[in-house]
Design a protein around this ligand. Sequence first.
Ligand SMILES: [Zn+2]
Length: 63
Amino acid sequence: MLVDCPTCKTPVEWSEKNPHRPFCSDRCRLIDLGAWASEDYRIPSREPVSEDDLINPDHHDTH
Ligand SMILES: [Zn+2]
């Protein structure tokens, strides 16, 4: 059975002889993991820290 490597689209054999399946190599596996990590990193925070919190971080406790 052949599958396409998700990273470089090279047909690779899906077998126990290929420990990196469905990738063609450990390098492609790491590239794919890195792509996911960098996509996560680009997702903006839903609650950005406000300038007020940076200047006066204890002001929430004054009430
Ligand atoms: Zn590959």
